[in-house]
Design a binder for this molecule. Structure first.
Ligand SMILES: Cc1cc2nc3c(=O)[nH]c(=O)nc-3n(C[C@H](O)[C@H](O)[C@H](O)COP(=O)(O)OP(=O)(O)OC[C@H]3O[C@@H](n4cnc5c(N)ncnc54)[C@H](O)[C@@H]3O)c2cc1C
Ligand code: SF4
Ligand code: SF4
Ligand code: SF4
Length: 418
């Protein structure tokens, strides 16, 4: 166990041990790479062993079904401001309508990512959108437990290890708790993200007011930055931002993510949410490129909430085989890149700016230019007809059963190693 071995592969930073210690003998502190890890303080510890007993990495629990129902889904209205199909918001809105409380990840005033609880639709906006940074759990496990004990409906959303951590901390099931785990590629940390914000701030000569990892107009991972001097920057695609490049390649990912015990079916949440990458191959009629969520229903509670909200959304039944084809992190962890150790060494020696202009400088300029062109056409209102044409072609391919062969060919061209 991490508290004994201090082996970096063993601790996901879920904060269950920190939260459960009533003697306040554990603090969460940054390690040399900037990830939060628990530190046990001998002067306060009474050696009760509870923290070790509940650690979900040491003792993973897989309570949910190994045959989840799978759906491709979107909320036509809510996805406009969400990452994929907006399903998180649809569920969260329902919970708030029932006088419930929703927990998820939000930016603080310095754009660091923390879990918070919200009780109204205005604050729920803070939880929208993926933040590709490990969020600080802070005291949210305690807060969620207090609401559960008071009989309020609680919806807790997070990475699979955070959901496993919450359940381990609670020690028992609560009828009024609903959980969602995200499919998780792995996490960089707040320190690394902050270095990126400083880099952007120096580059553009202004502090950053807001930052978003996803483009809500077009279903892609892409930086959108609003500067305090009023300028807006939206030029990096998923490969061209040094941060997103490091995230995608796994260079800045937490060690434990490469051996993640929760990139696994059965999943940890009552419902699992993700992007339905490759939906066009399996359900072309759902793919209009504005964002489609992948939804896995993992438990009876998940089914209950799904029955309550599915009249608000567009959905189509799918299969595990289909959805794992382009989203491997549903069933297995990201592979550790060979250069990861070297990357963190160089980061500490050179600093972020030099690493950004060398190791993290993406060779491909092509994709960036293409996306710029698409965004330009879209801003002039010219891309919509092209989108519709694409949709029409996809439907035609689907009717003639050619879409499968077409997508296979397309994947081989894009990723010849597969
Ligand atoms: C670190 C990370 C890695 C991911 N990796 C993948 C992947 O490999 N494949 C894939 O298909 N999808 C991945 N996702 C999920 C995906 O990006 C969307 O969050 C998901 O599809 C839900 O989208 P939505 O439109 O329903 O809701 P949105 O409104 O976009 O999602 C918001 C929800 O995500 C939660 N959230 C956001 N940031 C964090 C965070 N840092 N930690 C914990 N919870 C957070 C919020 O609390 C909220 O519940 C990842 C998300 C995160 C945060
Ligand atoms: S409970 Fe969570 S934070 Fe504590 S040692 Fe285990 S994985 Fe790490
Ligand atoms: S052994 Fe008990 S007292 Fe000591 S850190 Fe763990 S939970 Fe706290
Ligand atoms: S990959 Fe696994 S260990 Fe890493 S943050 Fe995601 S759920 Fe946690």
């Amino acid at each position: 166990m991490y508290l004994v071995t201090l082996n970096a592969y063993e601790c996901s930073g879920c904060a269950a041990c920190y939260s459960i210690c009533s003697h306040k003998a554990i603090t969460m502190e940054e390690n040399e790479e900037g990830f939060l890890v628990p530190i046990r303080h001998a002067d306060k510890c009474v050696n009760c062993g509870l923290c070790e007993k509940i650690c979900p990495v040491e003792h993973p629990v897989y309570q949910n079904t190994s045959e989840p129902q799978v759906y491709a889904a979107y909320d036509r209205q809510e996805r406009k401001r969400s990452s994929s199909g907006g399903l998180f918001y649809t569920i969260a809105k329902y919970v708030i309508e029932q006088n419930g409380v929703v927990f998820g990840a939000a930016y603080d005033k310095n754009l660091q990512v923390h879990h918070i609880g919200v009780e109204n639709l205005q604050d729920l906006e803070k939880l929208r959108g993926s933040k590709y940074v490990q969020s600080f759990i802070d005291e949210t496990f305690h807060e969620a437990k207090a609401f559960l004990k008071a009989g309020r409906l609680v919806y807790f959303s997070g990475t699979p290890c955070q959901i496993a951590g919450l359940k381990a901390y609670l020690l028992r099931d609560y009828e009024n708790l609903i959980t969602t785990d995200l499919v998780c590629h792995g996490v960089p940390n707040n320190r690394f993200f902050n270095s990126h914000l400083c880099y952007l701030s120096n580059k553009y000569g202004s502090s950053i007011e807001t930052y978003s990892f996803r483009d809500t107009h077009y279903w892609v991972t892409r930086e959108n930055i609003k500067l305090e001097n009023g300028k807006e920057i939206s030029q990096y695609d998923g490969n061209q931002s040094p941060y997103l490049y490091a995230f995608g390649q796994g260079y800045a990912t937490r060690y434990s993510c490469f051996t993640c015990k929760f990139a696994h079916i059965p999943r940890q949440g009552d419902i699992t949410l993700a992007d339905y990458w490759g939906v066009g191959r399996f359900h072309p009629e759902m793919d209009d490129r504005f964002g489609v969520s992948l939804v896995l229903i993992n438990s009876a509670k998940g089914q209950e909430i799904w029955n309550k909200i599915n009249s608000r959304i567009v959905y189509k039944a799918s299969s595990l085989k289909a959805c794992t084809t382009y989203n491997p992190n549903i069933v297995r962890p990201t592979k550790e890149p060979e250069a990861r150790k070297e990357f963190f060494l160089k980061l500490s020696q050179w600093g972020y700016d030099k690493v950004a202009s060398t190791i993290l400088s993406c060779p491909s300029n092509m994709r960036h230019k293409n996306i710029e062109r698409i965004m330009y056409l879209r801003s002039k209102g010219l891309f919509q007809p092209l989108d519709l044409l694409k949709l029409w072609v996809k439907k035609l391919l689907s009717v003639t059963h050619l879409h499968s062969a077409f997508y296979k060919l397309y994947s081989q061209i894009r990723n010849p190693q597969k």
